[in-house]
Design a binder for this molecule. Structure first.
Ligand SMILES: *Cc1c(COP(=O)(O)O)cnc(C)c1O
Length: 485
């Protein structure tokens, strides 16, 4: 019997040890992956921002999961089916939605985080990793003007960060189910849709959601907010929270944060700011003043995978009074009792819905430390000036008109054809640009008018990219004008 077990274990061990490759195997795989990614990075300027394809990666299903395969064959599958069709977010020509990043040192940080697999959820488990994440949260808080009592959490992105903040607000204000249908949440119609998802997820689906009117630059009208709150109080409702945007996704508008903070103070409302896209522009001299008042918010969301050019997967929530976040999110579990001993620092697991999580700190810490903060400041300023340059230059191409002057690095514009339907023309234009692929642009509808957007936030977008973009728009609009009549 014992012999049987020992025999069996020997056999199983020789199989399962494959999961722990020795140097030669590791080196072979690592080299193949490094070569593959170096080839990509060395040619990034030539690789299209968008690839339209018939197959759209369908061949991935021809590599079924089952038998072991070679790294070479798998990288071929990846190259053809994953890294070719669709949007190339690593391209500087990605000028749509909110462009992605992908700093190289972050990839190295992820590599180390994955190899060592430190658990950054609890101080007891990895005091160093937790201190690193807390150091980053403190640095983020400083940038936003939050006091030392602030706390926060590195999340997977802005959506979960918004949810965590709204949950904290709900708990701090002691709302319970009986209140929900009377509770009022204020924002503009331009607030990101993930905020509405977050409101639903924390149970506030029934809450009254008022869309506060905006000015011509899509910023919240504070007088209208004030009037609406008074009317709601009059009607016996419970004004609860105002959600301001510091850089709307659609048009890059920054709400008048300082004035909204005054109103929130007057009526004792929770003030949350969604700065997922725009927040890091506070670091630039050019637009710092737009963010005045953000430091008076109760909570805010900011996305390093947008404004600090990280690869996807890192957002952050900050709460000015860190204790409120802790009260909302911490919980004890008896199987974790050993980990509550001798704790010097608050643990991420007590500040977020997540328990077991990726060690996200390293992918942010490594680039910040390697480059220093000044480099990021310059890159962010560059994005602002590139947008301003485009704003000037696009108007020099006959037929184009622009939306409001860019507050940050997003702006709208469109071509107005001499005859025919402008919306149809611009939809065709966006399609032509996508088929061309040198740059990738997206569009939006504002009051029934089709606008093309420019969103500059890739660390690889420079003057030559914007000039290419202008050139593509010049060519394609001329071409379409010919067959549009
Ligand atoms: C991108 C964005 C979000 C959502 O964040 P994710 O990181 O995509 O989850 C929320 N708000 C604004 C303003 C955004 O631009």
């Amino acid at each position: 019997m014992t012999m049987d077990i020992l025999e069996k274990l020997k056999l199983l061990e020789s199989e399962s040890r494959k999961l722990d490759p020795e140097f030669e195997q590791r080196n072979h795989w690592r080299k193949a992956v490094a070569d593959y990614s170096d080839h990509f990075l060395d040619n990034i300027e030539q690789i299209k921002a968008y690839v339209v394809s018939e197959d759209r990666g369908r061949d991935i299903y021809n590599t079924p999961i089952g038998e072991p395969k070679t790294i070479e064959s798998l990288l071929d599958v990846l190259a053809y089916n994953v890294d070719r069709p669709g949007l190339n977010p690593a391209s500087g020509g990605h000028l749509a939605y909110i462009p992605g990043g992908g700093l190289f040192p972050s990839a190295l940080g992820d590599y180390l985080a994955d190899v060592f697999n430190r658990y950054a959820g609890m101080f007891f488990g990895s005091p160093g990793a937790v201190r690193m994440e807390n150091q980053l949260i403190r640095w983020l808080s400083e940038q936003m003007g939050y006091p030392e009592t602030a706390s926060g959490n590195l999340s997977s992105g802005g959506s979960i960060a918004n949810m965590t903040a709204i949950c904290t607000a709900r708990d701090f204000k002691n709302l319970n189910a009986a209140d929900f249908s009377k509770v009022v949440i204020y924002s503009t119609a331009q607030v990101h849709h993930c905020v509405h998802k977050a409101i639903n997820m924390v149970g506030l689906r029934e809450a009254v959601k008022h869309k506060v009117p905006m000015d011509a630059h899509f910023r919240m009208d504070p007088q209208a907010l004030h009037n609406q709150i008074l009317a709601d109080l009059e009607a016996g409702l419970k004004p609860f929270m105002v959600i301001g945007s510091a850089g709307t996704t659609d048009v890059g508008a920054v709400d008048p944060l300082d004035t909204i903070a005054d109103i929130c103070a007057e009526f004792k409302l929770w003030f949350h700011v969604d700065a997922a896209y725009g927040g890091f522009f506070i670091m630039t001299d050019e637009v710092k003043s737009l963010f005045k008042g953000i430091e008076r918010s109760d909570s805010l969301v900011i996305d390093p995978h947008k404004g600090l050019f990280l690869p996807y997967g890192t957002g952050a929530v900050l709460v000015r009074d860190g204790q409120q976040l802790f009260e909302s999110q911490h919980m004890m579990a008896s199987y974790l009792q050993d980990s509550y001993l001798d704790v010097e620092e608050v643990s991420p697991a007590d500040l977020s819905p997540e328990l077991t999580k990726h060690f996200r700190g390293l992918r942010l810490w490594l680039p910040l430390q390697l480059y220093g903060v000044e480099t990021f400041r310059s890159a962010l300023s560059e994005k602002i000036w590139l947008t301003r340059y485009f704003y000037e230059e696009i108007q020099k191409i006959e037929g184009f008109e622009v939306g409001p002057y860019p507050q940050l690095s997003v702006m709208t514009y469109r071509f107005v054809p001499k005859s025919g339907d402008a919306n149809t023309f611009n939809a065709r234009l966006v399609e032509e640009v996508r088929n061309d692929g040198r740059v990738f642009l997206s569009s939006t509808m504002i009051d029934g008018v089709f606008y093309i957007r420019l969103a500059v936030l890739s660390f690889r977008t420079h003057l030559s990219t914007i000039q290419t973009c202008l050139q593509v728009l010049r060519e394609k609009s001329a071409l379409l004008t010919k067959d549009f009549n």
